[in-house]
Write a new protein. Structure first.
Length: 289
């Protein structure tokens, strides 16, 4: 029997407690359904804050996660009087996969599509890990849509991820598990596949997401010189992302602020959510809505 791989078991985090104004999906051209959540300040709404000239904040999470990882940050944003728009990236959380090949450019387009669906032309962007890569691509390619960017734990090439994160081995184990149940000896057993942990489909989906980390992104560092919005580049002192890549992003984005958090690793929205919120709100305060 194939060795049962362990899926990602994250440490817990506090989910948003702010008022959920809307939860909706929009369909992408390739058939993915992207789950989008709108959290509003007490006594207000996304529409009202926009009428008052207060741009919302878009939050984009990391690989294999869902938008709730930003719980504390979402609550702080809403307490400041802004609406928060949080996505479950495709094939993650409540969003479905679709048929197009996975890429960060594809998920950038998903995020822009979610803003269009809500009638939002411009937002402050907070991106973590995969979401930070998407945020960099948004700010570079659709500058009119991004009022400011907080990039947390981004890399510009696959080599920027620490070799300690054994992406190829883990994704291979997941694929082998799925194959054993769907095509190998396990397929003859009287077992309902949906009762397995992980299910074959969950294993394949996770393997595909991990391969995205192994194979992408491929961002020409010099292209980030086109980012003109107020930007903060953030990472942990012990981040899984090569410090040289963090420094490179900071160097390429003119006028950006660099924040390296002592004693922390990669997952800053969980490790130090209030510090992330402090940096986000300070950056938004420096930006022009």
């Amino acid at each position: 029997m194939a060795t049962r791989p362990q899926l990602h078991f994250p440490s817990p985090y506090r989910l948003p407690e702010a008022r959920l104004e809307r939860a909706l999906t929009h369909e992408t051209p390739d058939g993915a359904m992207i789950a989008t959540y709108v959290y509003a300040p007490r006594g207000s709404s996304l529409a009202q804050t926009r009428t008052e000239g207060v741009a919302p904040v878009l939050l984009l999470h990391g690989n294999g996660e869902e938008h709730g990882i930003f719980g504390v940050v979402i609550d702080r944003i809403c307490a400041s009087g802004r609406a928060a728009i949080a996505l479950d990236s495709r094939a993650q959380g409540k969003s479905t996969r679709g048929t197009a090949p996975l890429s960060y450019e594809l998920m950038r387009d998903d995020a822009l599509g979610a803003l269009r669906e809500l009638g939002v032309e411009r937002a402050h962007v907070i991106g973590f890990s995969d979401g930070a890569i998407e945020g960099l691509l948004m700010a570079r390619d659709q500058p009119e849509a991004v009022a400011s960017l907080l990039s947390i734990g981004a890399n510009v090439t696959p080599e920027g991820v620490s070799g300690d994160f054994e992406v190829e081995r883990i994704s291979g184990e997941l694929e082998s598990w799925a194959d054993w149940w769907e095509k190998g000896e396990g397929s003859a057993l009287p077992v309902e596949r949906e009762l397995l942990t992980p299910t074959p489909s969950e294993a394949r989906r996770t393997a595909e997401l991990l391969r995205l980390i192994a194979n992408e992104p491929h961002i020409e560092a010099e292209s980030l010189q086109g980012i003109c919005c107020p930007t903060c580049v953030m990472a942990g002192e012990n981040d899984d992302i090569d410090r040289a890549q963090t420094d490179l992003i900071h160097a390429m984005v003119s006028g950006s602020r660099l924040v390296i958090v002592p004693g922390c690793g990669h997952v800053l929205p969980k490790e130090c959510p209030d510090l992330v919120a402090d940096e986000a709100l300070a950056l938004i305060g420096r930006a022009n809505d």
